[in-house]
Ligand binder design. Sequence first.
Ligand code: MG
Length: 393
Amino acid sequence: MRVANWHIYHVRIPLKKTIRHASHTRKATDSLIVRCTLDTGQTGWGEGLPREYVTGENIDAAFAMLRELPNSATLHASFENEREAVRTASNWDIVRPSNAVRACYGNSARCAMELAFLDAIFREVGRPLSELPAMTNSLVEHPKIRKRVRYSGAITAESAKKQLQQAVKMRLFGFHQVKVKVGVSEIDDATSLKTIRRIVGRKVDLRIDANEAWQCSDVVRNVERLSSSGITSVEQPVPHSDVVGLSKIRPQLSVPIMLDESLCHREDAVRAYNEGLCDLFNIRLSKCGGILPSLELKQMAVNFGLGFQLGCQVGETGILSAAGRHIACAIEPIRYLEGSYDRFLVKEPLTKENLTFGYGGRARAINRPGLGVIVDEAALSRVTIREHSQTVH
Ligand SMILES: [Mg+2]
């Protein structure tokens, strides 16, 4: 097997509502979709969501990177079997511009490409992608694939009133975990969180995400004010540029710290551990460069004695939802799981299958080969802004 063609799409996925957190407000998301065709005719699909304020690349830069990538010789190799293909893909590194500040630059492009490749290969050999994680860990002989997973709910930060309405929905929908976005100036987080707690009840696991909104000097006071509402973690309290300050703050906090914007690459993970910056990693496939780098980060978290969340990005279509589901069913111990918002959030989920979670955030494993989804090409053409095709000779 070898890759015969890469087809790259820049798509604009409209959202059903405006999503706001402390560092961004959006009504649509510009994403990359990649179709990989093997010489056998088999195809696979991938997706990446560039976030300039997280990994550095915007949609134009990411699209340009993907246009260049298929020229790389490592992508032209042929593979005897899926193990060989996975080994090769785990060594893919993307060529970053010399002015890229962080090693994670371009991760969304890498994710889209890797996912399309792995989907095609696993489809070809008839194995679901949930069997991949065990292949990267020689210690696991008989992988356990969970039949079901449970996603967490999220309350965004449009206004205090909307937060309360969302809390009522969370309660009615039976979520066991809920994340609340904090740090937006118009909302008094302490008051809002108290009301949210009253609405969702005592048993729900509540956590907060500040999306880099606070300064180091305010973190202890802010978190302690909110901790009376019973929160189990605080995500990315300070900007990435100030993250070093968390090593002093962490011992003073009664609530575990999760890194998100500051955890995109193995380099970040090593630093976080060495400097004692956090208790949890937020691993998201697109932000972290795809399934294989994400699995590496997960293993690092386990080796470091830290916990992790498997997260998602706003506006993911059914392609990334499927990828997240396969991984969620195959790895442990996931502290919190996010994703599969599909039909609650995106107007064009792009897949024929509906992967949206059900009551309580519950969802089933996908047992079909590869990602196990069929991309609706009519829907894809409705959202395509530009595309580029490259045959590999
Ligand atoms: Mg976050």
